[in-house]
Design a binder for this molecule. Structure first.
Ligand SMILES: *[C@@H]1O[C@H](CO)[C@@H](O)[C@H](O)[C@H]1NC(C)=O
Ligand SMILES: *[C@@H]1O[C@H](CO)[C@@H](O)[C@H](O)[C@H]1NC(C)=O
Ligand SMILES: *[C@@H]1O[C@H](CO)[C@@H](O)[C@H](O)[C@H]1NC(C)=O
Ligand SMILES: *[C@@H]1O[C@H](CO)[C@@H](O)[C@H](O)[C@H]1NC(C)=O
Ligand SMILES: [Cu+2]
Length: 393
């Protein structure tokens, strides 16, 4: 396992600050007040319109599926559309994983089952980002997490997602990050700090002090240099030693209000004609200018480990973000399913080494793989075939 700074992503982020920041645009999406909680059934937007448009093609795919039926289909919903009890179940299941022993026993920094997931991501970071398997790897990974919540922690629900556009104006007042006991905790304490490569310091930077994860400790890393302020070095040079510290966040609306709006998501879906363009646009530069939505979600959470490219899954907000990444891919696919399922572009290494990725390459999640299974990418490209049988609402 190497230990280095992901210059590729940093370079992308750095180019964003050299231009004068655009003023935060007005957002006309209806943002339901967070305090009401519960289903906001009336919420709708242009991304949901595209999702509904794709539903006919998805239904056809279910009919043809070898493994999935309409009866078995599970539905992933936006965090704001879960009831407060459903949010509490999801949170309790994550806390349960954090209280279970790990399967990986060789790393002092892996102290619980949740951290097994983090270690697997750390280990494969350089071959799962900016690569041909980025979308399929994270689809299986997020699904494996959802299955672990269900099979290891009695969770009845599905993996929720964070619709960046819905809360773009102020993610910190969303039910996801408002700091209430039904949120995934709020911002870190406000401290003075230098700011990040892509923009000004956020409104936090210190330890998370509200919500269900306020007492959470993290142990791995740091692995990447974006984290601000920098944590103490890990006792092991590979970052896998035990380096106990608080969960920190540095959230603000800086990125979401500029590059994570509904119109940015729509532009990504409608202007990307090939899988290569779609995955690169999502990870690099948005079609409306500025940061792609993958970075927007990660760097909106920011802090430690949120801004650490290797171990970002150590922040409980990772999974709702990647739920939305997967949903966005799924919506893009269902606009033209026949042409957008068995397609692949990109290489096997984000550093430009390696070779072209193929649909026969294997995704191996090690100790967090569901039933220990590995899958070829071609088995992971449809949400209603292979191991999967879910869609988004
Ligand atoms: C790390 O990746 C290597 C190569 O893919 C694999 O053999 C090893 O088991 C992985 N380690 C963990 C902890 O997942
Ligand atoms: C799971 O669902 C069953 C039946 O719907 C319910 O009785 C039970 O309380 C649920 N468990 C959890 C952890 O939510
Ligand atoms: C969190 O830690 C504080 C200080 O150690 C303690 O007072 C509090 O009870 C803890 N809260 C939870 C939910 O464990
Ligand atoms: C797939 O692409 C071809 C060529 O661009 C097009 O003619 C066809 O309509 C597309 N299929 C679907 C299902 O959209
Ligand atoms: Cu990742």
């Amino acid at each position: 396992m190497v230990h280095f700074t992901p210059l590729v992503l940093l370079a992308t982020a750095a180019t964003l600050v050299t231009a004068a920041p655009a003023p935060a645009p007005d957002i006309d999406a209806t943002v339901p007040p967070a305090s009401t909680g519960g289903p906001a059934a009336t919420y709708t937007d242009a991304v949901l319109d595209l999702q509904r448009k794709g539903r006919t093609q998805l239904d056809e795919a279910i009919t043809k599926s070898k493994t999935c039926t309409k009866e078995k289909l599970s539905i992933r919903r936006e965090y704001g559309d879960l009831t407060k009890d459903e949010r509490k179940d999801y949170i309790a299941a994550m806390l349960c994983l954090m209280a279970k022993p790990p399967k990986l026993t060789q790393f002092p920094g892996v102290t619980n089952r949740y951290e097994d997931f983090v270690a697997v991501h750390v280990n494969q970071t350089l071959s799962i980002h900016g690569t041909g398997n980025f979308l399929s790897w994270h689809r299986y990974y997020t699904w494996a997490f959802e299955q672990a919540l269900r099979t290891e922690c009695g969770y009845n629900g599905t993996q929720p997602y964070w619709d960046w556009g819905r809360w773009a104006k102020d993610p910190l007042s969303s039910p996801i990050f408002d700091g209430s006991d039904t949120s995934l905790s709020g911002n870190g304490q406000k401290i003075t700090h230098r700011g990040q490569s892509f923009g000004p310091a956020g409104d936090g930077g210190g330890c998370v002090t509200s919500g269900p994860f306020k007492n959470m400790s993290i142990h791995l890393g740091p692995f990447a240099a974006e984290t601000d302020p920098s944590p103490a070095a890990n006792p092991q040079s590979n970052g896998m030693g035990k380096n106990t510290r608080c969960l920190r966040r540095d959230m603000s609306n800086y990125l979401t209000s500029r590059y994570g709006r509904t119109e940015d998501i729509v532009a990504l879906i409608t202007s990307s004609k090939t899988i290569g363009t779609f995955q690169d646009t999502m990870q690099n530069t948005s079609p409306t200018g500025g940061m792609g939505v993958h970075g927007v979600g990660h760097f909106t959470i920011a802090g430690d480990p949120g801004a650490d490219f290797y171990q970002s899954p150590n922040d409980p907000g990772f999974w709702v973000h990647h739920g939305m990444i997967d949903r966005t891919w799924s919506i893009w696919q269902t606009q033209q399913l026949a042409n957008r399922t068995n397609v692949i572009a990109g290489g096997t290494s984000m550093m430009g080494f390696g070779r072209q990725q193929t649909l026969d390459d294997v995704v191996d999640l090690g100790v967090v793989g569901v039933d220990g299974k590995t899958y070829k990418i071609r088995e992971l490209v449809s949400t209603v075939d292979g191991p999967f049988c879910y869609t988004y609402e």
